[in-house]
Design a protein around this ligand. Structure first.
Ligand code: NAP
Length: 251
């Protein structure tokens, strides 16, 4: 049996998740590239295997416990027990509170919070068995409040409380749980936000960069680098933390 560690990265067909999957693979882990549709994972898997890494595509809806259970079974059978979990899958359904529908609210809660819960619950028993594990949850600077994102900001603040509780409950099994709270990262998600406010994406990025101390917007690799640190062997004494990766301070 190989001693290669196995990671699952949710929502890794594109964007931040794809960059995290590639980075963990280059760190030497076997990676399950999980997204709603297995076919959409092909590009991420190919970029990993072309670079000499190991990856499989897994189709699953993280908000559905049965779908998650089937996905974990597939990962265990094809790669081995997952001991690194990156809860990255996410959606936005932005609107001002008075226009936000119950469906907008529930969909966002279901993917971010129920999704992270389903995945963490399903993976933790493999981590407990191994006496080692790393859980990394994607929060956001929106957790601090953001106009038009009552649902998303509540979910991303929720991810922080969830992370701290996992750290407390699972620490004695050698498992750490931490959260990354990105600022503006150039992906399809922020491109969709630009479209919603009627701005060209390049102009939108420039306008956002002007308010960021390091004078640029973030790239998915900025988040991948942080995830790699949290997943590393040496980060075993870092748990229950939220790190803002936003090109400047946040509190
Ligand atoms: P993205 O480009 O929209 O990618 C999100 C991925 O998640 C998509 O591939 C999507 O699949 C997948 N997904 C959605 N619902 C899912 C479900 N129920 N089950 C499995 N996969 C699902 O987003 P991103 O910008 O890379 O963001 C990644 C994470 O970082 C999210 O949690 C986001 O909230 C967070 N974040 C992003 C930013 C930013 O500036 N971009 C800032 C802070 C936090 P489909 O394509 O099939 O829908």
């Amino acid at each position: 049996m190989s001693t290669q560690k196995v990671a699952i990265v949710t929502g890794s067909a594109r964007g931040i998740g794809a960059a995290v999957a590639r980075r963990l693979a280059s760190d030497g882990l076997a990676v399950a590239v999980l997204d709603l549709n297995a076919d959409s994972c092909a590009d991420t898997v190919k970029s990993i295997t072309d670079a000499g890494g190991k990856a499989i595509a897994v189709g699953a809806d993280v908000s559905d416990a049965d779908s998650v259970a089937a996905a974990i079974d597939k990962v265990v059978a094809e790669l081995g027990a997952p001991t690194v979990l990156i809860n990255n899958a996410g959606i936005i359904r932005d609107n001002m509170l008075f226009k936000m529908t119950v469906d907008d609210w529930d969909s966002v809660m279901a993917v971010h919070l129920r999704g992270a819960f389903n995945m963490s619950k399903a993976c933790q028993k493999h981590m407990v068995d191994a006496g080692w594990g790393r859980i990394v949850n994607l929060s956001s600077t929106s957790a601090l409040g953001n106009r038009g994102q009552a649902n998303y900001s509540a979910a991303k603040a929720g991810m922080q409380g969830f992370t701290k509780t996992l750290a407390i409950e699972l620490g004695k099994f050698g498992i750490t749980a931490n959260a990354i709270a990105p600022g503006f990262i150039a992906t399809d998600m922020t491109a969709a936000t630009a479209a919603r406010v009627g701005m060209d994406f390049e102009e939108f990025k420039k306008a956002n960069a002007a308010a960021i101390p390091v004078a640029r917007v973030g790239e998915p690799e900025d988040i991948a680098h942080t995830a790699s640190f949290f997943a590393s062997e040496g980060a075993g004494f870092v748990s229950g933390q939220v790190i803002y990766v936003a090109g400047g301070p946040r509190d």
